[in-house]
Design a protein. Structure first.
Length: 153
C-alpha cells in the first residue's frame, strides 16, 4: 500500500505548521518551500483540510493557515481521511454483497481486505501531529527560537 502524494503532502504540511509555527498562522509559500510541495497543490490540500475542520485560515498580511485544534488532537488518520476518504484496501465493488454465482471465494478475500483496512486506519489514528513533532526533535530538528549552546574551553 502506498499513500498518495496528496496524503503524504498533507501530513508533511501539518507537521511543518505544528513544528515551525505552533502559535501563529503559517503561510503556504513558506511551507511549500520547506517541504518541497507545489504551492498550488498545497492550497488545494488546505481547502480539503479546512472543510474537515483540521485547519483554519486567516486573511491579511499576518494571515495564513493554522491548526484548528491542538496538534495532539490531530491524528494521521484524520488527515488521510480528510484528503483521501476512508482507507480501503480491497475493491469497493467486490466488497458489496455478491449474488451467488461462484463469487464466494472473492467474499472471503475481500473480507480480509476489509479487516486490514480497519487495522490500517486504527494505526494511522494512533499517531498524532504532536508525536511527529516530538520525533522531529529526537531526530535533531531545531524549532525556531530553540537555543543551542556552544561551549568553548
Amino acid at each position: 500500500m502506498k499513500l498518495s502524494n496528496k496524503a503524504r503532502y498533507a501530513v508533511r504540511a501539518l507537521f511543518d505548521m505544528a513544528f515551525y509555527h505552533p502559535s501563529k498562522p503559517a503561510q503556504v509559500k513558506e511551507i511549500a518551500e520547506r517541504q518541497a510541495i507545489p504551492p498550488r497543490f498545497l492550497e488545494q490540500i488546505f481547502q480539503d483540510l479546512k472543510r474537515a475542520r483540521i485547519v483554519e485560515s486567516k486573511r491579511g498580511p499576518q494571515g495564513g493557515y493554522r491548526l484548528a485544534r491542538d496538534a495532539s488532537d490531530v491524528s494521521l488518520g484524520d488527515i488521510v481521511r480528510a484528503v483521501e476518504g476512508p482507507v480501503i484496501l480491497g475493491d469497493l465493488e467486490e466488497m458489496a454483497p455478491q449474488r451467488r454465482s461462484g463469487q464466494d471465494t472473492r467474499r472471503v478475500t475481500e473480507s480480509i481486505f476489509k479487516d486490514l483496512s480497519v487495522r490500517v486506519e486504527a494505526c494511522l489514528d494512533e499517531l498524532s501531529i504532536a508525536e511527529l513533532c516530538e520525533r522531529g526533535e529526537r531526530l535533531g530538528l531545531q524549532r525556531p527560537g530553540a537555543q543551542r549552546y556552544v561551549y568553548v574551553i
